[in-house]
Design a protein around this ligand. Structure first.
Ligand code: SF4
Length: 93
C-alpha cells in the first residue's frame, strides 16, 4: 500500500462553521503564500488565477506544517486543534 492509498483510508469529521484553521492572506508575504501551496502534505492550499489562496480545511491531517510556515508572519493564520470528536481519524498508521 503506497502513501496515497494509506491516506485515503483516513476519515475526516468536518466541524461545519468552525474551521480549525483560518488564514489571513493579507498578512502574508508572497513567499509565504507560495510556501503554503508546497508544504501542505494534503495539498489543501491552491491559488486562484488572481493569486488568492483557496483553502479547503476538510482533509487536513493536523500536521501543523502550515502553522510553522506562517510562524514568522504574526496574525497570518489562526491554527487550533479541532474540537473533540472532529478532525482526522487515522486508519492506517
Ligand atoms: S495542518 Fe498540515 S495537513 Fe493541515 S492544512 Fe496545515 S499543512 Fe495541510
Amino acid at each position: 500500500m503506497n502513501v496515497e492509498q494509506k491516506l485515503s483510508t483516513n476519515k475526516f469529521v468536518v466541524d461545519e462553521g468552525h474551521p480549525h484553521i483560518v488564514i489571513h492572506q493579507e498578512k502574508m508575504d508572497a513567499a509565504t503564500v507560495k510556501a503554503l501551496t508546497v508544504v501542505c502534505p494534503a495539498g489543501l492550499y491552491t491559488l486562484d488565477d488572481k493569486g488568492r489562496i483557496i483553502f479547503e480545511v476538510a482533509g487536513c491531517l493536523e500536521c501543523g506544517t502550515c502553522r510553522v510556515a506562517c510562524a514568522h508572519m504574526p496574525g497570518a493564520m489562526e491554527w487550533n486543534h479541532p474540537r473533540p470528536s472532529f478532525g482526522v481519524q487515522y486508519r492506517c498508521g
